[in-house]
Design a protein around this ligand. Sequence first.
Ligand SMILES: CC(C)(COP(=O)(O)OP(=O)(O)OC[C@H]1O[C@@H](n2cnc3c(N)ncnc32)[C@H](O)[C@@H]1OP(=O)(O)O)[C@@H](O)C(=O)NCCC(=O)NCCS
Length: 185
Amino acid sequence: MSVELKEIGLTDIEKILKFSDKWIGTNYFTAKELEEIIKLGKTAQVNTSFKAESIDGKLAGIRLSLAPGEWVNSMRGLSTDLWNVDSSKVGYFKSLFISDEFQKQGIGKALSNLSIENLKKAGAKAIICHSWLESPSNSSQRYLLSMGFSAVKTHKEFWSEVDYHCIKCGPSKCLCTAVEMIKYI
Ligand SMILES: CC(C)(COP(=O)(O)OP(=O)(O)OC[C@H]1O[C@@H](n2cnc3c(N)ncnc32)[C@H](O)[C@@H]1OP(=O)(O)O)[C@@H](O)C(=O)NCCC(=O)NCCS
């Protein structure tokens, strides 16, 4: 793997926005949202968000995660009653994207494993994520199942409230489905 894995910081915002516009969809994140996400990924001790960068400084992938805590109160589509742990002890896998040329080389898994280690240090007993059911070749579900996640609940048109240009649905409303998934750690 010809990339370096590093923690994500606030100075990465501009680079990540260009990357997410291309690989997730235009305007999926705003700079303000991204700043908030990066901050929620950190505790006083650890950072749970990581990036993969090629030797020439090109972004190959991002793993944005949220540490256990306040995110649970503001997130849509959570079935806390179906989780076997207290919701205050749950981290969140916000977004994982690897650019085409770097996929299937173990980078997604490696970034996620770094994040899991730090989520454990931050007191997480489980991780929740919303898997993108319509992802190309169903890569999202396949990746998450291979990481030991299991499905909790399906949320139809989960991203329809986000005003962005989904790479699957185009400029109209995003109709993609999210599968809420959990991994106990
Ligand atoms: C899903 C994604 C993040 C995986 O990252 P990656 O670096 O390519 O994946 P890895 O090489 O670390 O492989 C991890 C597992 O995912 C599976 N996988 C990865 N990409 C896949 C693909 N395109 N098709 C099928 N399975 C895939 C592999 O089976 C692998 O499991 P294994 O090691 O047990 O065989 C990446 O393909 C991607 O960005 N996809 C588009 C966006 C997306 O779906 N993001 C949501 C993630 S929840």
